[in-house]
Write a protein that binds this ligand. Structure first.
Ligand code: SAM
Length: 287
């Protein structure tokens, strides 16, 4: 660390022609850093996902500044104007509704366009639900895969679920409360109900909790309670069993026979997985 003068750094004014990418709290407003407050107070303009959300933070910290909305619906129209403003020497802060912009939130295209136009970009870091949940999960955290929200299209979704099930690294997923049960059922189908999982709910908020230890237990628990709040899913990587030996040629033959008899690859793999007590993706991969 070269610069160890946090106070002077904290109070430094935003520079001209810089795009500041500012992390904001994911629940607990006290997580807004003093550096972030300073930047939000002193830039020329704040580009935010939803002005109503950002106003809540501004009012808590008594920040007065000009807001413009910048979201997935208007970003194409707004990017050239913001870049023009930066080129003329304006300083602009980019914030999303919660957490780090760009992480499953708007901003990526703006930052890319700024970089293409040789505009300096500075990130003022803040919490990111994925990282907070990962660190609290107790699962290996130095190597991980972040998948964000799974795609909606069935074939794309199954492809990623398949990859996740065989991956030996920790996987991080985002999901909304009304779709989490479906996702858990899918994870069970692809990874088996005994796969270790930690669901981080309402991180940094009053009713924060981390729920585990495996997919089956969480599915059972969620049957008995209302599912509300925000969820980040941390799935432990696949542990390769020491005795993972099976007759691949025979299984492949059985799989082909089931498919020839009219079953889909997915259904045939599922059937054999259950019969042989293997994970579905191992059989799927043989095909
Ligand atoms: N940019 C944000 C970040 O840095 O974490 C993520 C935005 S994404 C649109 C919203 C998703 O993040 C939610 O659906 C949920 O999966 C996760 N999330 C956000 N806040 C959370 C919280 N307080 N606790 C658990 N998960 C959260």
């Amino acid at each position: 660390m070269n610069d160890i003068s946090p106070l002077s750094h904290r109070n430094s004014e935003p520079e001209e022609g810089v795009l500041y990418i500012v992390g904001t709290p994911i629940g607990n407003l006290n997580d807004l850093s003093s550096r972030a407050i300073n930047i939000l107070e002193n830039v020329n303009l704040i580009a935010c996902e939803d002005t109503r959300q950002t106003k809540k933070i501004m009012s808590k910290f008594k920040i007065k500044n000009t807001l413009i909305s910048f979201n997935k619906f208007n970003s194409l129209k707004k990017i050239p104007k913001i870049v023009e403003n930066l080129k003329k020497g304006g300083s602009i802060a980019l914030v999303s509704d919660a957490g780090m912009p760009n992480i499953c939130d708007p901003g990526e295209e703006l930052v890319k366009e700024a970089r293409t136009n040789n505009i300096q970009t500075v990130c003022i870091p803040g919490p990111c639900a994925a990282i907070v949940a990962l660190v609290a999960s107790g699962f290996p955290a130095s190597k991980f895969v972040f998948e964000g929200f799974l795609p909606k299209k069935k074939s794309d979704r199954e492809k990623i679920l398949n990859e996740i099930s065989s991956n030996q690294k920790t996987t991080i997923l985002y999901e909304s409360p009304h779709r989490i049960n479906r996702l858990l059922e899918e994870l069970k189908e692809f990874c088996g109900g005994s796969r270790e999982i930690q669901i981080a709910r309402e991180l940094t908020k009053k009713f924060e909790e981390i729920i585990g230890p495996d997919i089956d237990s969480v599915i059972n628990l969620f049957k008995s309670r209302e599912i509300i709040g925000e969820f980040t899913i941390i799935l432990k990587g696949r542990v390769k069993p020491a005795n993972e030996k099976f007759n691949k040629i025979q299984v492949k033959k059985d799989l082909q026979e089931l498919i020839d008899a009219g079953l889909s690859l997915s259904a045939a793999s599922k059937y054999l997985a259950k019969k042989l007590n293997l994970s579905k993706n191992i059989i799927y991969d043989l095909y």
